[in-house]
Ligand binder design. Sequence first.
Ligand code: LLP
Length: 427
Amino acid sequence: MDFFNYKDGELYCENVPAEKIAREVGTPTYVYSKATLLHHLMQIKDAFAAIKPTICFSIKSCSNINLCRVLAEHGSGFDVTSGGELFRALQAGGDPKQMIYAGVGKTDDEIRDAINVGIAAFNIESEAEIENIDRLAGEMGKSAVGALRINPDVDAKTHAKTTTGKKGNKFGVDIDRAEAVFEKYRGLRHLRIGGLHLHIGSPVYEIQPYVDAVTKAVALIDRLTEHGHKIEWLDLGGGFAVNYKSPDQAKPVTEHARALVPLLAGKPYRIALEPGRYIVGNAGILLTRVLYRKTSGSKQFVIVDAGMNDLIRPTLYESYHHIWPVKPDAKNVFATRDAEQKPVNGEVVDVVGPICESGDYQAIDRALPKTQRGDLLAIFTAGAYGFAMSSNYNNRPRAPEVLVDGDTFTVIRRRETYEDLVAAERV
Ligand code: LLP
């Protein structure tokens, strides 16, 4: 569910016409809905209320500090995965006691910074990292806390590039070696390994992989407890999918909770979740304008001003983003956004960007209402891993970000300038 709706024939974000934002801020532009963000955060909290999880928003999915501040103000912690993300989470007013630090390649400086600001825990990915964190904490005269990330060997049935919990992926420690690792590092002097972490992939459309992973983790914690290890929390990671194509493509989080809560209720350890996409995915769109049309062979191209540098997901993961005019003709204003709903008198086109690569597209062979130069299009479900993965490729200044709250909108990141492009370079 989100607050991007067609009213009186045009797209609104909450109570603000998308066209007004494009007119004042230009295109391409990311637009986020505050109400949608908070709706999803609260939905997760409510669904899992029986086990009172700590929610750590996965800041890699969308990291504007203003948007993160909204989440922090509503009780969210942060899952960070680099020194830069830690910096951002702090800038957003995040509480270090609600921050966890993940990632297979933490540098010494990043580990020291995280210990210094007093993050809640590291999610530790290897034995070498355990030894390094213990050593660094010792050198600093401090102590660190961590969870061991296990690789539960379940198939999340998602894109090969974003599946993380199968044997052979680079993440975590194989679940069948976890007990030996806990045993080997029992009683470290400067690092207490008090938790277990897993993250099976993203986006995960099915519930069963979570059930399988959690069942394995719970059994592992039982065995560890029997052997005298004190496990204080279990972090289930993120990955809940969202609706890219149709309103019922992804299971609502309530269904995940219905399957997972019974496995976890009454356990003597706390539960953490690291959702990113579920909170912000449908809370953001990318507004883009049609620059040109052209024909090549049998193909019709609609060339828009958003390139793969602005939104890389379609070409990187073959992912589907619904695209629709902001002001469609009357016959093409539908009550729901559903990819199955074909345009009336439409056409099949490739929606492509201005970048010098054939892989620069937002949609291939897509049925759309007819569009012409100047028309404004919305690329939906672009809030997660949209701006966050954007770049300056082809020396294109990155798009601005706008946050809508009811009747008002605020530019929370200005459009980059040409000066920004060269600002860090030295002659
Ligand atoms: N926790 C860990 C350890 C993660 O690696 C991730 C995502 C998350 C949580 C959050 O997952 P989410 O709830 O957002 O699904 N760029 C890809 C997705 C990569 C996900 C990386 N890790 C995409 O655009 O689909």
